[in-house]
Design a protein around this ligand. Sequence first.
Ligand code: ARG
Length: 264
Amino acid sequence: MDLLSLVFCVLLEALAVYCQQGAEDRIVGGYAPVPHSIKYIVSVQTTNRQHFCGGFLISQFWVITAAHCNIGVEKMLVVAGDYSLSVYEGTEQEVLPQFLLPHPQYNYQKNNYDIMLIKLKSPVYLNSYVSVVLLPRQDSAIPVGTMCRVSGWGYTSPTGGPLPSTLRTVMLPITSSAACNSTSSFNGRITENMICAGYNLGGMDACQGDSGGPLVCDGRVYGVVSWGIGCAEAQFPGVYTAVSKVRSWIDSTIYSYYSKCKTL
Ligand code: ARG
């Protein structure tokens, strides 16, 4: 290696280190996980590879995301095994959706039943970068105060700015629905199909771009990132679709697909 190349390499290395440091302060109050340690998460992208929502794998053929992430089956692409969206890591698996099944009772004005099943055209391969996650049983309750993990590629600051390119994650406690629904908080807008998670003082939360992503408690996805008021604000925790309230819909929908062999 000649001197010029050496100097160039040293500069590149310095730049890489510098860029990684920039990556540390991503997330509203969270941190970057060990790369590929959160294997069930997917990035839901436009067909020209713009990330716009999160999601998670429940089997090789099925992904769950938020119903408000529905931009049309022809416009969507699901990427599993990703960590940095801007770097080709060789671990990514890109699959096209075959069809979308938003919850039939989804109400976009009230954000009620904000959940959607995505049937993939081809299976993702499960390996050390890609895995599935368990769901809670129908109507199982998750105690207030349980610490849960939410992850995503959404905004790292409530004021927006550029989307982060690496995955980020944060642990949040489940808050009581009564407090979340009180006049000093969401004032009656929390239905029984929603759960809230976050701190009273704010500071940590999901944000725009994290929608559809998983809130995992005790190894199961109890919540799907759905909505909020701003991000990480005091008194306003994040609002998640309560997966335990729609578990039987998920099961019966997938079951009827396989039993009738129709495309629903
Ligand atoms: N609706 C947002 C999205 O589409 C997610 C908002 C979550 N907000 C929050 N404060 N937890 O990405």
